[in-house]
Ligand binder design. Structure first.
Ligand SMILES: [Zn+2]
Length: 339
């Protein structure tokens, strides 16, 4: 067990924001059932989740592949998105930004626009069923050539306002520098697309520095290894960058040995703008409610910390200002009650 959360409060009903969750790491059992696979709980855990602590990155990546293999048809993408929306709503999430790399869902011949039609159909169906509002972030990948990533940026532009709210760079940070994709992200800036970039997880301050200078994101996925450099911490603050922190996910891939070693509490106390996110709801497996219990247990986080970081998430969400005001009010009301 990563953290024994016995005795911590149940945060399920508390309103929460999630800015960093991957569709292909969050395929639910209910979605598989709807797709005609009657898989039981034990087999689902064995096939679709990774060990709580992976001995190698390969073990983690192997756990994502079965989900990716399923998400190659329009029907699977639509249902997976709709069911993820139900899972998020059931976890108390009131606004989510869900990300995926469209060009990894083309193994059976879907065009990029067909991928988007399926995912946005699922988003609409999930939103109608739950009342949850969510946006999509399209991921370019470090391990793909810029020529393969460029169409993703153009796709995001075509679908902006029809579900898409921003773009991301994901993939293997340890072996692929961000510099190769600089021009792609220059184009994203020119198109007015909000940008977040995975960095500062598998690699340290040098990678963060590269990303901040070359890709100029508004937010950083993870970014936790900023704690290794006072210069980077100062740079992140000076540029008002927001860190999408995913503690359990970082432990799972071995960035830190134990939950108590994770720098999220130190980053919070240093005054950095950060949010708490799951990254991968199935591959973990994880909910935000469980992540909050772990933070409560390991670092003594209470309403003050949770509300503050949810409000920071709203402040840096890829949303119009009027929507932000409404979400902030709901957070303050929800966290203020019963405490
Ligand atoms: Zn991620």
């Amino acid at each position: 067990m990563l953290v024994d959360v016995t005795g911590t409060p149940d945060f399920t009903a508390k309103p929460k924001i999630e800015l960093h969750v991957h569709l292909d790491c969050s395929l639910t059992r209910r979605a598989l059932h709807r797709l005609g696979n009657p898989i039981g709980e034990a087999d689902f855990a064995r096939v679709y989740t990774a060990p709580e602590r992976c001995s190698t990155l390969l073990a983690y990546l192997m756990a994502i592949e079965p989900s990716c293999a399923v998400l190659q048809t329009a029907g699977a993408l639509r249902i997976a998105m709709e069911e993820l929306m139900r899972a998020l709503a059931g976890d108390g999430v009131i606004y989510a930004e869900i990300r995926f790399a469209p060009h990894t869902h083309q193994r059976q011949g879907l065009s990029l626009d067909e991928v988007m039609e399926a995912v946005t159909d699922g988003l609409t169906a999930g939103s109608n069923a739950t009342g949850l509002h969510a946006g999509l972030i399209l991921c370019a990948l470090r391990d793909f050539a810029p020529a393969q990533n460029r169409p993703v940026i153009e796709l995001a532009h075509r679908w902006q306002g029809r579900g898409v709210v921003g773009v991301d760079l994901a993939g293997d940070e340890a072996t692929h520098a961000a510099a190769a994709n600089r021009r792609i992200f220059d184009r994203a800036h020119d198109l007015g697309l909000p940008i977040t970039v995975h960095a500062g997880e598998a690699a340290g301050p040098d990678s963060l520095s590269e990303v901040i200078e070359l890709l100029r994101p508004a937010r950083i996925g993870h970014g936790i290894r900023a704690i290794e450099s006072e210069d980077i911490l100062a740079e992140i603050k000076a540029r008002n960058l927001h860190l999408e922190v995913c503690p359990s996910s970082n432990i799972q891939v071995g960035v830190f040995a134990d939950y108590g070693d994770h720098p999220v509490d130190r980053l919070s106390r240093r005054g950095l703008s950060l949010s708490i996110n799951t990254d991968a709801r199935t591959v973990a497996p994880l909910t935000l409610s469980l992540e909050y219990r772990r933070l409560a247990k390991c670092f003594g986080w209470q309403t003050g910390e949770f509300l503050a970081h949810n409000l920071e998430a709203v402040r840096h969400a890829f949303l119009p200002e009027p929507d932000k005001a409404d979400l902030s009010a709901r957070l303050i009301e929800g966290w203020g009650a019963n405490d």
